[in-house]
Design a binder for this molecule. Sequence first.
Ligand SMILES: Cc1cc2nc3c(=O)[nH]c(=O)nc-3n(C[C@H](O)[C@H](O)[C@H](O)COP(=O)(O)OP(=O)(O)OC[C@H]3O[C@@H](n4cnc5c(N)ncnc54)[C@H](O)[C@@H]3O)c2cc1C
Length: 437
Amino acid sequence: MAERLARCDVAVVGAGPAGLAAAGEAARRGARVLLVDAQPMPGGQVWRHDSAHGAPPAARRALDAADAAGVRLLPRSEVVGHAGGRLFVREDAAALSIDYGALVLATGARELLLPFPGWTLPGVVGAGGAQALAKQGWPLRGVRAVVAGSGPLLLAAAHTLRRHGARVVGIHEQAGREALAGFALGLWRWPGKAAQAARLRTALWRSRYLAGSHVLRALGDTRLEAVELAVAGGGRRTVPCDLLACGFGLVPNLELAHALGCALHDDGPHAGVRVDAQMRTSVEGVFAAGEACGVGGVDCARIEGRIAGRAAAGDADAALALAPRRAHARRFAAGLRHAFALDPRLHRLACDDTVVCRCEDVRLGALAPFADAREAKLATRVGMGACQGRVCGAALAELGRFPRGGFRPPVFPVPLDVLASFGAADPSMTTRTGVHP
Ligand SMILES: Cc1cc2nc3c(=O)[nH]c(=O)nc-3n(C[C@H](O)[C@H](O)[C@H](O)COP(=O)(O)OP(=O)(O)OC[C@H]3O[C@@H](n4cnc5c(N)ncnc54)[C@H](O)[C@@H]3O)c2cc1C
């Protein structure tokens, strides 16, 4: 099998709000832009296509703008590696290489999942994971759902579940009432966010929202039957349910940035790609935008995408003109981090016999003898399964066990025949790829 080869001026990895904005801005400045995303439809996490309700208006506008600017989209395409100005992309069973002039990393974030007793029972999923499944048509009518964990994603997930027919019996936010009240009082500086929060709360008026409350364990024999929760004031409550959607915030996707050698800012498990005012990373010609640089929400992702797209197309002045808007959006992100900081009690939910690495079935107690992640890997296989430590790596960093790291190419698992065909480029196929002819 021969690999196909594409060339473009600006390659953008990730077709979420940041990547769509970056691609559109660069294309409007005359750059030939190729936008690559692993998902079948563009939109990223927040604008993930909803099979029942379609895409939200903001997503449709962003897609139309990128399309009108001449951006070429490559869906179902995973960037799995990189070498010397060339991206290696897996498109299902085919290999594609992309040579670029400038590269924008808009790879977004993923959920932080923390282990607790019972979290591997069928019926327990991440909050964002439940949201994604609902949008893909997962049958939820009449399902009793508890949403727990931390951050604004809980409300968004609860709303999606309810919209798809689930009965949301409770939303349990670990952050305390005072922290939330302080955050809400400051929201007047971001009226769009205040309006969004009010809309979600109104839509969810039937569902109980408890601050200072967190999951203790999921109960059930062969599948989830109930969840035991700690509530403010020291009490406990057991809530019968069919679905527990539980997430503890987000962490940036760093695998590709790491493969490229981009410096990160030092922020423990929440570290993101370090960028300057033009969204330039520490690597020449490589830019980053959105949640890959640190979790900040959709507005922040869009403004950073616009800056990165302008700068990648060589329009530094226009990029810098957006710096005040970026600073405003990042102040919101800082407030978010402060208000939803995780309670250290959440670090103690898992017991010695709680599975932490679900791919390789490694329990927390098995890691006790190891101070070093590499040693633990060699002895227990923690983080060496199909997800390549995407779940347990961030969780163990949050629990203070091992720093987040150990990223290795390929970024996603690749079939051997696809892997083997990288480097065997067939130049006759160059014009058949998705870039401008
Ligand atoms: C599960 C989940 C659900 C969320 N739901 C909401 C919500 O309902 N409301 C809300 O306001 N915010 C939500 N967020 C927060 C959301 O991430 C941001 O608000 C916004 O989507 C960030 O935009 P972005 O462009 O930076 O990244 P994203 O939207 O995350 O887009 C990143 C894109 O990069 C692609 N990608 C990553 N790596 C590669 C690779 N190697 N090769 C190819 N493609 C790649 C991914 O497929 C993804 O489409 C959610 C976050 C998560 C993780």
